[in-house]
Write a protein that binds this ligand. Structure first.
Ligand SMILES: O=C(CO)[C@H](O)[C@H](O)COP(=O)(O)O
Ligand SMILES: [Fe+2]
Length: 222
C-alpha cells in the first residue's frame, strides 16, 4: 500500500502582517505547521498561544505545533486550549518525556517528538510506541531557509525500520530544507509528512507548490 503524503506549510516563512490571507492561500495543505521558539532552546523567538488561537479561528486545517521551547510541560495546556491538534516537543528539551507525552494525550491532542540532527534515534527507542509522530529535524532548529542535511535521509530510513518493528502506525515528519526538488527522495526514505516553509512561501502560488510537492511523492509510487 502506498504511504500517505501530508504537506505542512510552515508559517515561519509567511508574511506575519498578512497571516490570515497567507494561510488561506495554502489551499490543499494537510496541516499548518506553526514554529514556536522561545529564545532559549533555540536562538530565535516567534509565536505564542495567542497567535495559535487567532489562526485556529480562520482555518479548518489541523494545526501542527512544533514546540522549540524549554520546559514544554509548562505550556502544553495553553497551546492545546489555543487550538493545536498535534503537539510536538523536542526530546532535548523534555527531561520527563514519558510524562510530557502522557500530558499531551490527556489534553486530547496528538503527541509528536522531535530530534535534532545530532540526536541519535536510540534516544526514542522506549517512547516510540507511545507516539503518533516523530519529527526528524533536517536542519538545526531556529530558522527557516536552511539547507537540508543529507545525512537525514539515512536517519529516516532507520527510523522507518524501527517503526515497522513496533507494528504501529507512526508518522515520520521531516522539517527543514524540504523542497520540490528533494521531497521525492525524502518520501522514498520513509517520511510521510513534510514541512515546507521557504519552499512554499517564496513562490507566487502556494497552493500550486503544495500540489507539486505532493505529485513529486506520488510519482515515486508504483
Ligand atoms: O522548525 C523549523 C525551523 O526550526 C521550520 O519549521 C523549518 O525550518 C521550515 O523552514 P524551511 O522549510 O524554510 O527550512
Ligand atoms: Fe518546524
Amino acid at each position: 500500500m502506498n504511504k500517505p503524503v501530508r504537506i505542512a506549510p510552515s508559517i515561519l516563512s509567511a508574511d506575519f502582517a498578512n497571516l490570515g490571507n497567507e494561510i488561506h492561500a495554502c489551499q490543499g495543505a494537510d496541516l499548518i505547521h506553526i514554529d514556536v521558539m522561545d529564545g532559549h532552546f533555540v536562538p530565535n523567538i516567534t509565536i505564542g498561544p495567542l497567535v495559535v488561537s487567532s489562526v485556529k479561528k480562520i482555518t479548518q486545517t489541523p494545526l501542527d505545533v512544533h514546540l522549540m521551547i524549554q520546559r514544554p510541560e509548562e505550556y502544553l495546556e495553553a497551546f492545546a486550549t489555543a487550538g493545536a491538534d498535534i503537539l510536538t516537543v523536542h526530546i532535548e528539551a523534555a527531561t520527563h518525556l514519558h510524562r510530557v507525552v502522557q500530558q499531551i494525550r490527556d489534553l486530547g491532542k496528538s503527541p509528536g517528538v522531535s530530534l535534532n540532527p545530532a540526536t541519535p534515534l536510540c534516544a526514542i527507542e522506549e517512547i516510540l510506541p507511545e507516539l503518533d509522530m516523530v519529527l526528524i529535524m533536517s536542519v538545526n532548529p531556529g530558522f527557516g531557509g536552511q539547507k537540508f542535511i543529507p545525512a537525514s535521509l539515512d536517519k529516516i530510513r532507520r527510523l522507518r525500520a524501527m517503526i515497522e518493528a513496533t507494528g504501529k502506525e507512526i508518522s515520520i515528519e521531516v522539517d527543514g530544507g524540504v523542497t520540490p526538488a528533494n521531497i521525492a527522495e525524502v518520501y522514498k526514505a520513509g517520511a510521510d509528512t513534510f514541512v515546507a516553509g521557504s519552499a512554499v512561501f517564496s513562490t507566487s502560488n502556494y497552493s500550486l507548490t503544495i500540489q507539486q510537492m505532493r505529485i513529486e511523492c506520488q510519482g515515486t509510487q508504483s
